[in-house]
Structures are given as C-alpha cells and as structure tokens.
Design a protein around this ligand. Structure first.
Ligand SMILES: C[S@@+](CC[C@H](N)C(=O)[O-])C[C@H]1O[C@@H](n2cnc3c(N)ncnc32)[C@H](O)[C@@H]1O
Length: 165
C-alpha cells in the first residue's frame, strides 16, 4: 500500500507499530506525521523511527553553505532542520508517552563517511568531474558532522495503553 505519511490511508487504532526509517525529514510536517501515527496506532502501539536532526543553527559562512547545500541536494525545506529535542517534543505533543531517544551518529554517520571516503579513493574509471563533485558533497557533510550540526536519532515512543480499571 502506498500513501502519504501525513495522511496515512488506514483506520484509527488499526495497527500495532509504525516504523519510519530516514524519511521524516522529507514529510511536509513531522508534527502531522506524529499525529497520524498516533491516530492509526492502537493503545499500547509503538512508533519507532530514525531521523537526522539538525542540532544547532550554522554559525559560520562555511557551516551555512554546507547546511544550505544539503537541503538543496536532498530537496528539503528549511523547516526539515529540527533538533532531536524538538522532534521528541513534537512526538509528546502528538500524545505519545515513554518517549526514548538515542543519538548514534558516531555509529552511523561516522562510519558511513569513512566508507564513502574510501570508496572515492578506490574509484577507477570514473570521470574526474564526478569524483570532484562527490568529494565536495562529502566534505560538506563531514563539516556538518564534525562541527556538531547533524546527528543520527533513534526514537521510540508508545501510545498510552487502554486503562483496565
Ligand atoms: C532517504 S529514503 C529512506 C528509504 C527507506 N526508509 C530505506 O531505509 O531504504 C526516504 C524515503 O521517504 C519516502 N517519503 C518521502 N516523502 C514521503 C511521504 N510524504 N510519505 C511517505 N513516504 C515518504 C520516500 O519515498 C523514500 O523512500
């Protein structure tokens, strides 16, 4: 089944789990997605997601350029840039409880950058303009990671269970 995450084509309280992997920054509104996830989940249902939060605003021209270039490359709106705390607040505001989150960029972003750097070094028969473009892109992401602007978020939250008494 296909559908928009901010208008999920499912009945109220009809599923046990909602999983979103590296996608919420594409949705027109994270808050709307969390409200939809809350709506379709049964009492006690679980939302699990990974996301790439923007932990702070750029402070230098280089950071600003890197941030803007990433938004452009991925076709994202500036409003997609939200900190992990803000994302967690939106999850709570949608009615979820037991919101737990972990920042694991050192286990996800860092190795991915290392892998991409090595792949570029080993690339054979690729036009030099493509290598230069990829290196430019990689350098921007590396700056955002190294300077603490981006992270990798794992989040889990629950719909309150129905009261039995
Ligand atoms: C970076 S990809 C991640 C893909 C997938 N989660 C994975 O792990 O392979 C982002 C995904 O978000 C999906 N997406 C973007 N906007 C969406 C929306 N409004 N509703 C549902 N999915 C959306 C895209 O189709 C794409 O598959």
């Amino acid at each position: 089944m296909n559908g928009d995450a901010v208008r999920i084509p499912l009945r109220d309280a009809s599923v046990d789990g909602v999983i979103s992997v590296e996608a919420a920054f594409h949705f027109s509104s994270r808050a709307e997605f969390f409200r939809e996830a809350r709506r379709v989940l049964r009492p006690g249902g679980v939302l699990t997601m990974s996301d790439v939060p923007a932990q702070r605003r750029p402070r230098t021209p280089a950071e600003l350029l890197a941030g803007i270039s990433q938004l452009r490359v991925w076709g994202l709106k500036p409003s997609a840039a939200a900190s992990a705390d803000r994302i967690a607040r939106a999850v709570r505001d949608a009615g979820f409880v037991e919101v737990r989150m972990r920042l694991v960029g050192d286990r996800v972003i860092q190795p991915a950058l290392r892998w991409a750097r090595r792949a570029l070094e080993d690339a054979r028969g690729v036009p030099s303009a493509q290598i230069a473009g990829a290196r430019f892109f990689l350098n921007r992401v590396e700056l955002l990671w190294r300077n603490g602007l981006i992270e990798y978020l794992l989040l889990r939250a629950e719909v309150p269970a129905r009261r039995t008494a």
